[in-house]
Write a protein that binds this ligand. Structure first.
Ligand SMILES: Nc1nc2c(ncn2[C@@H]2O[C@H](COP(=O)(O)OP(=O)(O)OP(=O)(O)O)[C@@H](O)[C@H]2O)c(=O)[nH]1
Ligand SMILES: [Mg+2]
Length: 364
């Protein structure tokens, strides 16, 4: 049997078109309602698609002497009731079921595409209201309302900010960007680096310090930490760079812990810096290996090297820690963003949310 698909703006216009083209033999096999366009600015449009087939001529002309084949056709037809014969409640019920199936597929696809998994996905989907007209908007709203942003430490950073994280995650580069950011708003900023291990580490951070007129002190042991703290007593913000360590390197871990224990906890924030292109499970492993430092917030780096911020959001939710900054490139100091819901929205994929346009509209 040949099936014909007709698409239009409403069910009624689909049926009119089918009847005009194929006459009284046309039977509706199925119907699908959906929307196109949308996002924050583009208006959504309702569309309807029907799949029809033509009943055999003899079955229409002569309902007596029906063959088994005819009966099968009529049974098939009977399972797909003619929508014009349904009550309003039945119609609503049928549409609702079809729409919910369709909408939950859209939700799953968006969450999969953004690598949003585990407890975070469950939380986002808890009591999800599939009756809303704009599913991507509802979903993005639920995602951002379950993301914790550390606005307080952005506005009032503690005196010591310690940058922790695996090798190459972007600690030193991000520290330089943040140093420049606070210097530009009038804070006196200094840097202490504990990284006397990697060749060129001091030269790298010193070059950033020189570029932004920020003093840099290299400390190698616990006595030097105390001396550096005394020397920098007059500075409002002291950024502390650390060496990237692997969780397996017990000796270096111990050394770092010893040095960092000299920073008083009430005036120090320990920040974990992780690259966005890691899988959420690997981020969690890293987080656990730094847990002894009492991490207070998270920085996500290298957003420019990944498709979506979803893995990081999945991890951040599981860790229970807020996000303070995000970086999106190698340029110092430009490629730094204070974490915000706008940044999160900007890096969600496939939601059709034009954040740049939104920002431009808000500014006008
Ligand atoms: N694409 C991209 N690269 C970045 C970003 N942040 C840092 N990088 C690059 O990542 C590399 C490592 O950055 P570092 O700041 O040296 O990383 P680190 O964590 O201090 O590394 P170690 O001190 O060796 O542990 C450098 O080439 C940076 O330019 C970012 O947001 N995007
Ligand atoms: Mg470094």
């Amino acid at each position: 049997m040949e099936y014909i698909t007709i698409t239009s703006d409403s069910y009624e216009s689909c049926v009119s078109e089918a009847k005009a083209k194929y006459g009284e033999r046309v039977r509706i096999h199925s119907r699908r309602d959906y929307t196109v366009g949308g996002g924050l600015f583009a208006k959504k449009r309702n569309k309807c698609e029907i799949v029809c087939y033509l009943a055999p001529e003899k079955a229409v002309a002569n309902s007596q002497n029906v063959t088994k084949e005819d009966l099968k056709e009529f049974e098939k037809e009977a399972r797909t009731p003619d929508p014009s014969s349904l009550t309003l409640e039945e119609k609503l019920e049928t549409n609702l079921r079809k729409n919910e199936g369709e909408k939950s597929r859209v939700v799953d696809a968006l969450l999969d595409e953004n690598d949003i998994k585990g407890p975070f996905r469950d939380k986002v989907l808890l009591d999800f209201d599939f009756s809303v007209s704009d599913i991507p908007l509802e979903l993005s709203d639920r995602i951002i309302s379950n993301v914790s942003i550390d606005h307080l430490s952005q506005a009032h950073p503690k005196r010591y900010m310690v940058f922790l994280g695996p090798t190459g995650s972007g600690k030193t580069t991000t520290l330089a960007k943040i140093g420049s950011l606070y210097k530009n708003v009038g804070k006196s900023v200094a840097i202490i680096t504990l990284d006397s291990y990697r060749v060129g580490a001091y030269e790298q951070v010193k070059a950033f310090g020189d570029a932004f007129d920020i003093p840099v002190l290299l400390v190698k042991d616990e006595d030097e930490v105390i001396l550096a703290q005394e020397k920098l007593r007059g500075y409002e913000l002291v950024l502390v760079d650390t060496m990237g360590i692997s969780p397996e390197d017990g000796a270096l871990n111990l050394k770092l812990k010893g040095l960092l224990s000299l920073f008083r906890s009430n005036e120090t924030s320990f920040i974990l810096t992780l690259a966005a292109n890691l899988k959420s499970g690997d981020m969690m492993k890293q987080y656990k290996s730094y847990n002894a430092f009492n991490i207070s917030s998270l920085i996500v780096t290298k957003l420019d090297e990944t498709e979506s911020i979803g893995s990081f959001l999945t991890f951040a939710y599981e860790s229970g820690k807020p996000i303070s900054f995000a970086t999106c490139g190698q340029k110092v100091p430009q490629d730094l963003k204070k974490a915000s819901t706008t940044v999160v929205l900007e890096y969600l994929k496939g939601f059709g949310i034009d954040v740049k346009r939104l920002a431009a509209q808000l500014l006008n």
